[in-house]
Design a protein. Structure first.
Length: 332
């Protein structure tokens, strides 16, 4: 009869939805397959992701979010509506309240676009909350105490670094360097070194299966296939962890620098707390092999990977919805 409150982690790579009382009920890629001729949506989520790089000319598999913000408003709205309808959370006479997350340094126009997309897809009241804050809650931190908590949330499009105390962000930084950029660097490295063209999905498989960012910490190899840029024919090569470490050095350094700049702006009392409590890594990028070790070496502070980094933001939305009055969230 009554609608349920829902929390949405609207990510560049994945959309996760938390329904109050049920937990995380949806985890699908942020991909939509469209018919170019009439703009009709053919598939969303996992079904659409399988089509990336494999569609005929009249079908486009697109990602409507770029760098953590909406790149294609209409398609994002259709994707959200499709996901929400699938969950059957609307009541007989009421619409659900929605808590949706956004990166820290986005403009008011980008915030308005995210809010409007959620409203048009079926939300009654829409609350916007900053991603690192929600990720910290999902990682198990009590952000409402007068202690410094630091979180580095590495998603698909952006990496958000924030120091949080008393329920709010004290210092933060957002860089457009995250999972998608890592895939792109791997793709370009193979193109440059081997004259071999591979797709986005292959680049992601390499990152997951043999990738590392800490020198000499992994020694795996993987066979990959692609199109030879010289002959135009299919070819197979073997790629190693050492090569991926080299390919990812530059983008990872950008994230390390962002973390350093946030630490430099942090008040000394909170810095002391961070030395005691450590830094938590959340988001899919936190699973990158050797990242916690590299961060610890560079920042001279304990670094931990959250228990379930990919689902931290979605778990956090659930906790915040349960304490909606305490969190002082703004619906306007």
């Amino acid at each position: 009869m009554f609608s349920k409150d829902i929390g949405i982690d609207l990510g560049t790579a994945n959309v996760l939805i938390h329904v109050k009382g049920k937990g995380i009920v949806l985890n699908e890629p942020s991909v939509v397959a469209l018919d170019r001729s009439n703009g009709r949506v053919l598939a969303v989520g996992e079904e659409a992701r399988r089509m990336i790089g494999r569609t005929p000319g009249n079908i486009a598999a697109i990602r409507p979010l770029k760098d953590g913000v909406i790149a294609d408003f209409d398609v994002t709205e259709q994707m959200l509506r499709s996901f929400i309808n699938k969950l059957n959370v609307k009541g007989f006479l009421s619409k659900p309240r929605i808590l949706i997350c956004c990166p820290t340094n986005i403009t008011s126009v980008e915030k308005k676009a995210i809010r409007e997309a959620a409203e048009k897809s079926g939300g009654k009241t829409v609350y916007l909350e900053e991603e690192p804050k929600v990720a910290a809650v999902g990682a198990g931190m009590d952000i409402y105490q007068p202690y410094g908590n630091m979180v580095i949330d590495i998603g698909g499009g952006t990496t958000d670094v924030a120091v949080i105390s008393m329920g709010d962000i004290v210092t933060s930084c957002s860089v457009k360097m995250a999972g998608d950029k890592f895939d792109n660097e791997i793709l370009n490295y193979i193109k440059r070194e081997y004259k071999l063209l591979i797709g986005e999905r292959t680049a992601e498989d390499i990152k997951v299966n043999v990738g590392t960012v800490f020198e000499h910490s992994r020694h795996d190899t993987m066979e990959i296939r692609g199109r030879d840029l010289v002959t135009g024919l299919p070819r197979t090569i073997t790629i190693s962890s050492e090569e991926i470490e080299h390919a990812l050095r530059e983008p990872i350094n950008s994230i390390v620098q962002a973390a350093k700049s946030v630490l430099e702006q942090t008040p000394p009392e909170l810095s002391a707390d961070i030395i005691d409590r450590g830094i938590f890594l959340t988001g899919g990028g936190a699973l990158l092999h050797g990242l916690d070790t590299l961060m610890m070496e560079q920042l001279k502070v304990p670094v931990f990977v959250a228990e379930d980094p990919m689902r931290c933001v979605a778990i956090g939305t659930g906790i915040m919805l349960d304490n909606i009055d305490r969190t002082r969230m703004r619906s306007k």
